[in-house]
Design a protein around this ligand. Structure first.
Ligand code: NAD
Ligand code: UGA
Length: 478
């Protein structure tokens, strides 16, 4: 075993690999950290001279990259070279839901994890600690280990390589990644080899209090990560289901959240109703849990967790149907302003954003959408909706589009989005939307006009005073 870790390699320069390694480099100046990726453009962006142009927007990240890049933090495509130099290798690659084959639609696709393991097996030298940072199905460490061990047993292996596999799932949330990494509720490390667990713990001891580092076995660690996401998502589906009940009964879901959240056994976090949960992980990780349960013959367990995802989808459709109904049953020739496309504030990530499903529904009804988001670029929105915006549509042939009905335009300001609109729908809780001057903007809209607030971020009194109709998720009182 190694006495200390001097060189770390992280495979995968994504939302997890980039910020996590930046924080490790910042807190451990004695360690050289190399983040590698097969995506050349992403690496190019991580190396852009202006750190404001790095590929991931996270408050506080660009400052850290500015401080450490070229000092002890490096981004490159030199996968082979950096694996060979490393004492410890983090696997932070994507693990999306499988699109075809056995387990399609539910199980995680471990293609990228497997290829990382094979690269490690091929290029690493000496004793190497392999750390699973990606979210993985239970017992993946066993798969990684068997790939690594197979390389040791071949006659080609004269390098004397030995491996140890640890699970160290990441709990950061996008938009608050740096703060979550600097002040984690806990760091979870699963493994068999106590000395290696200690070596990984020593990295975290540089800034995380010892009592926040939980050490356990590998499978409990892998399952704890899936369970944490499943529990969080379950709370959101629970409160969104109650929101529908509130609208039908004249109650206010915010009051219900406040009342139940003050019970210390329930707690107040993750009880905000919204347009449904998005993000790259909740749905994927729950479906992974569903697949695992089905595989193990635990049908009722699988059904229980699957209902969290079903409710989320139902809730998204509920919102688009409700908008159509309030706008007299048709959206054809109606202009709707969409405020926010990211799956939450402070991120440019749109993966599984509820905005995608809701906008697709509205487009199917024939609406003309004007979409504004302070961080998401129009190319991303086009790709998510599989539809070019009107602004550039005339220049390109849009035959690939599956949606024939509505159209969309990219709006570069809130006001330009609102001109002549019949309704405005708030889908992301960007703070700039909470300070909209409704008295002023109501004059821009075509009457009768509606405000649909799916994030509960605006003052209902201000909206109603300005002569606009208002719907808020879970508000049966207005
Ligand atoms: P991502 O898609 O942003 O980044 C993954 C990167 O890995 C990509 O840039 C890809 O090119 C690279 N890659 C894939 N295979 C490679 C290989 N063989 N060699 C080199 N590079 C390779 O993904 P992400 O959001 O960072 O998520 C990574 C993992 O972390 C997933 O398992 C996810 O579930 C988990 N996770 C994500 C978050 C989050 O907030 N996004 C939080 C906690 C955990
Ligand atoms: C989530 C978890 O919070 C992280 O701990 C985990 O590491 C990560 O998934 C992961 O494994 O990828 P993230 O998806 O980045 O993080 O963001 P969250 O803050 O959890 O929000 C997820 C979705 O739920 C967003 O669409 C958000 O708007 C929604 N949400 C969240 C609500 O609708 N209500 C709430 O009360 C909280």
């Amino acid at each position: 075993m190694k006495k200390s870790i001097k060189n770390i390699c992280c495979i995968g320069a994504g939302y997890v690999g980039g910020p996590t390694m930046a924080v490790i480099a910042d807190k451990c100046p004695h360690i050289e950290v190399n983040v590698v990726d097969i995506n050349k453009d992403r690496i190019l962006a991580w190396n852009s001279p202006n750190t404001e142009e790095i590929p991931i927007f996270e408050p506080g990240l660009s400052e850290i990259v500015k401080r450490r890049r070229g000092v002890n933090l490096f981004f490159s495509t030199e996968v082979k070279e950096q694996i060979a130099k490393a004492d410890m290798i983090f696997i932070s690659v994507n693990t999306p839901t499988k699109k075809r084959g056995v387990g399609a639609g539910k199980a995680s696709d471990l293609k990228w994890v497997e290829s990382s393991a094979r690269q490690i097996a091929k290029y690493s030298k000496g004793y190497t600690i392999v750390v699973e940072k990606s979210t993985l199905p239970v017992k993946t460490a066993e798969v990684i280990k068997s790939i690594l061990e197979a390389s040791q047993s071949t006659s080609h292996n004269e390098k004397g390589t030995k491996f140890s596999v640890l699970s160290n799932p990441e709990f950061l949330a996008e938009g608050t990644a740096i703060d979550d990494l600097l002040n984690p509720d806990r760091v979870l490390i699963g493994g068999e080899n106590k000395e290696d667990i200690e070596l990984l713990s020593e990295i975290y001891y540089e800034w995380v209090p010892k009592n926040k580092i939980i050490k356990t076995n590998v499978w409990s660690s892998e399952l704890a990560k899936l369970t944490a996401n499943a529990f969080l998502a379950q709370r959101i589906s629970s409160i969104n289901s109650i929101a529908a009940l509130c609208e039908a009964t004249g109650a206010d879901v915010r009051e219900v959240s406040r009342a139940i959240g003050s019970d210390s056994r329930i707690g107040s976090k993750f009880l905000d109703c919204g347009p449904g949960f998005g993000g790259s992980c909740f749905k994927k990780d729950i479906l992974n849990l569903v697949y695992l349960s089905e595989y193990l013959g635990l049908k009722e367990v699988a059904n229980f967790w699957e209902s969290v995802v079903t409710l989320n989808k139902w809730h998204q459709h509920r919102i688009s149907k409700l908008i159509t109904k309030k706008l007299f049953g048709t959206l054809s020739e109606k202009k709707i302003s969409i405020l926010g496309f990211a799956f939450k504030e402070n991120t440019n990530d749109t993966r599984e954003s509820s905005a995608i499903q809701i906008c697709k529904d509205l487009l199917e009804e024939g609406a003309e959408l004007f979409i504004h988001d302070p961080k998401v670029n129009p190319e991303q929105i086009s790709s998510d909706l599989n539809l070019l915006p009107n602004n550039i549509k005339s220049k390109a042939n849009n035959q690939n589009s599956k949606i024939k009905e509505g159209t969309w335009n990219s709006a570069n300001s809130v006001e330009s989005a609102l001109i002549n609109s019949d309704a405005v729908l708030i889908l992301t809780e960007w703070s700039e939307y909470s300070t909209i001057n409704w008295k002023k903007v109501s004059k821009l809209m075509r009457k009768p006009a509606w405000v649909f607030d799916a994030r509960s971020i605006i003052d209902p009194k201000e909206v109603l005073k300005s002569g606009l109709n208002l719907w808020r998720v879970g508000d049966g009182v207005i």
